[in-house]
Design a protein. Structure first.
Length: 190
């Protein structure tokens, strides 16, 4: 069972990265389109050069809203990727001063606290989705569940990563207590 969550965490992280790249690319293309349609096609130079063409039809108002929602998903999926790779900001002064045998326990304690936070976000995120189901976005006409759902999805992803981290900590704890020449927790990166 210990190998299941690290493998699942790895696969979810890989899928999240692909989705992030796709969503970010779509947001980038939408942003470039908006710039071109607003500032180039609507410029006085183009209007004077081609007065018979109305370029205002290329200015799509819903793209701005779509870009905003794509960035919401990019950020929340990015939270999971950063958490998986321990790339979030943290203060290590206290942990670095601990004896080696305590570092692994502290790392486990931190993962348990993080897991509790993710469970809290899942529970209350699902409650928020009940209210969001009655909201519709103004330009796209999208149900806001698709936007607020990013919080719940991100929390589930982070919870899986936290369980995988705990599983790996437990595996390293068992390995280090079984070996005679190594100190417990010396190969843990905090």
């Amino acid at each position: 069972m210990r190998g299941f969550f690290p493998k699942l965490s790895f696969r979810i992280d890989q899928a999240s990265r692909v989705i992030i790249i796709f969503l970010f690319s779509a947001a980038f293309i939408g942003t470039v389109y908006q710039v071109v349609s607003r500032f180039i096609l609507q410029s006085s130079i183009i209007k004077e050069a081609l007065p018979m063409i109305d370029f205002s039809v290329f200015n799509l108002t819903w793209i701005e809203e779509l870009i905003r929602y794509l960035f919401v998903w990019v950020v929340f999926l990015g939270i999971g990727t950063v958490y998986k790779n321990k790339g979030h900001a943290r203060v290590e002064v206290f942990i670095n001063r601990l004896p080696e045998k305590w570092k692994m326990g502290m790392a486990g304690f931190i993962e348990v606290i993080n897991s509790a936070l993710f469970v809290f976000l899942i529970i209350y995120g699902l409650r928020i989705l009940k209210f969001a189901s009655q909201q519709i976005s103004p330009s796209l006409g999208l149900n806001m569940i698709w936007i607020y759902g990013a919080v719940v999805v991100s929390s589930v992803i982070c919870l899986i990563h936290a369980i995988a981290h705990l599983s790996l900590l437990r595996t390293k704890e068992v390995e280090s207590s079984g070996s005679s020449g190594r100190k417990a927790g010396t190969d843990i990166q905090l």
